[in-house]
Design a protein around this ligand. Structure first.
Ligand SMILES: [Zn+2]
Length: 123
C-alpha cells in the first residue's frame, strides 16, 4: 500500500468516526485530537478531529491494525489468511460507516466499506 492510499483511507475513516461521535457522544467529554498519520517512513500533516476517548481509541486501533497489514496491496480482509480485526471492532466500525454514509454520500461509503471490508446489512 502506498502512503497516499493509507492516508486517504485513514482520513476517510477518521471523518466517519468524527461525524458519528458528534451525533452520538455530544454528552461525553470530547477533545480535539491532532492525528499524524505515519506510514512507510512518511508522515502526514496533522489531521484535526474532535473525538471522545472511545472514538479516538477506535481511530488509533484502526490505524495500528492497518499499519500492521503485511500486504502491499491490501487483500479483501474476509479472504485474508490472517485477519487483524477483532469481531467487536468490526461491528462497531460497520455501524459507524453505515451511519456516516448518510452524510458523506453512498459512493464514498461503498468505496470505504470495500476497503475496510465492513459488512452491511443491506448488501
Ligand atoms: Zn465518540
Amino acid at each position: 500500500m502506498t502512503f497516499e492510499k493509507y492516508t486517504t483511507e485513514l482520513t476517510t475513516l477518521t471523518r466517519f468516526v468524527e461525524h458519528y461521535c458528534t451525533d452520538h457522544h455530544h454528552d461525553i467529554s470530547r477533545k480535539s485530537h491532532n492525528i499524524t498519520i505515519k506510514y512507510a517512513g512518511e508522515r502526514s500533516e496533522p489531521l484535526e478531529a474532535l473525538l471522545c476517548e472511545e472514538c479516538a481509541e477506535m481511530v488509533a486501533y484502526a490505524m495500528a491494525r492497518l499499519q500492521g497489514c503485511p500486504f502491499d496491496d491490501k487483500p479483501k480482509c474476509r479472504k485474508c489468511p490472517n485477519p487483524c480485526y477483532e469481531r467487536p471492532m468490526w461491528k462497531k466500525l460497520a455501524k459507524i460507516m453505515r451511519y456516516s454514509g448518510v452524510r458523506y454520500g453512498l459512493e464514498k461509503v461503498r468505496t470505504a466499506m470495500r476497503f475496510w471490508e465492513v459488512e452491511t446489512t443491506a448488501s
